[in-house]
Design a protein around this ligand. Structure first.
Ligand SMILES: *Cc1c(COP(=O)(O)O)cnc(C)c1O
Length: 339
């Protein structure tokens, strides 16, 4: 992982959340302040918004896309910036280089959760970040077999911050899971390349499909931050999001009609997995927070697997038809589509 990431040193953890919690917890103390982007994996938000304040570490959540918001949030006691890019589930981007520069001007460290880009499509350390974290549960395993995570940084930072914390709090990866994850790393480039290619095709297919309001994919020219994607990523990610007309009921009808794509909130797997963020990964957010993040009732997140692209299109096509049928007729007529 150090070679892939261009990092001097790393520590492997039992899960992605162990990596995130260790990277944050090992360098902060009561009285410090953390600034983080609002659009985060739910548990990361919990650590920053709920856990850290209970230990006396204040936090400010900002719109990660807005550099001025980061600037305004900085206080003399700010020690850490935290972000995820692309974000879950709406695949927005944060300008890693600009935010790293701002962190350093203010004596803070930038942690990047790089799960959605994978180490192959974005190198946060080369863009100026100080620490990179992964959930290895996702693309690195890639086959739903075990949990894992990793924290990567410079030797000095690990020695001075993470080393003792790690030794004494025990978030380490088990040897067996380390072996499984190393097997996953052997095929990571082949899987990610194939999944990215398929994701781009599915985005095009969905964007032009009746019943789809919008399709979001960082690799697409239509992405609102396509220029930034070009600048800091070397691939469009293996995930996409799309919004169906008809809100939650249509989204549920679509999910229930799928035959090949499975419903799960895991991602980066060899199997294509779909999830309804508003009622699963982000259900703990208040309705107005969901709306602010673009998590509408009709939004679905698709993690693209290794199936044949034509099979995936066929599956989505028939499921979209089922969702449309559900919208226009009583549920009883649309077999297998009741939400
Ligand atoms: C899954 C995920 C995590 C947490 O990882 P676990 O291995 O499930 O603990 C953190 N951040 C992001 C972006 C994730 O997708």
């Amino acid at each position: 992982m150090c070679l892939l990431e261009g990092a001097e040193d790393a520590r492997a953890t039992a899960s992605g959340m162990a990596a995130v919690a260790s990277a944050i917890g090992c360098q902060l103390k009561a009285g410090d302040h953390i600034v983080a982007a609002k659009a985060l994996f739910g548990s990361c938000r919990w650590v920053i918004e709920k856990l850290m304040p209970s230990y006396g570490v204040a936090c400010t959540l900002v719109d990660g896309k807005n550099l001025d918001a980061w600037k305004q949030a900085v206080r003399p006691e700010t020690k850490v910036f935290f972000l995820e890019s692309p974000t879950n589930p709406t695949l927005e981007l944060c300008d890693i280089r600009a935010i790293a520069d701002l962190a350093h001007e203010n004596g803070a460290k930038l942690i990047v959760d790089n799960v959605f880009a994978t180490p192959l499509q974005q190198k946060p350390l080369a863009l100026g970040a100080d620490i990179v974290v992964y959930s290895a549960t996702k693309h690195i395993d890639g086959q739903g077999r075990c949990l894992g995570g990793i924290v990567l940084s410079g030797k000095k930072w690990i020695e001075e911050n993470l080393h003792d914390y790690f030794r004494h709090t025990g978030p380490s990866l088990s040897p067996f899971n380390a072996w499984v994850l190393l097997k996953g790393l052997e095929t990571l480039p082949v899987r990610v390349r194939q999944q990215t290619e398929t994701a781009a095709k599915l985005c095009e297919f969905l964007a032009s499909h009746a019943g789809v309001k919008r399709a979001i994919y960082p690799g697409a020219p239509s992405h609102p931050q396509a220029e930034l994607a070009q600048k800091q990523m070397t691939g469009g990610s293996t995930l996409l999001a799309f919004e169906v007309e008809g809100g939650k009921q249509a989204a549920f009808a679509l999910e229930n009609a799928l035959k090949l794509i499975r419903i799960s909130n895991n991602l980066g797997d060899a199997k294509s997995l779909i999830t309804h963020p508003a009622t699963t990964t982000h259900k703990n957010l208040a309705a107005e927070d969901q709306a602010e993040l673009g998590i509408s009732p009709g939004l679905l997140r698709l993690s693209v697997g290794l199936e044949d692209v034509d099979d995936l299109m066929t599956d989505l096509d028939q499921a979209l038809a089922a969702a449309r049928c559900f919208l226009s007729r009583p549920a009883a007529i649309c077999r297998g589509t009741s939400p």
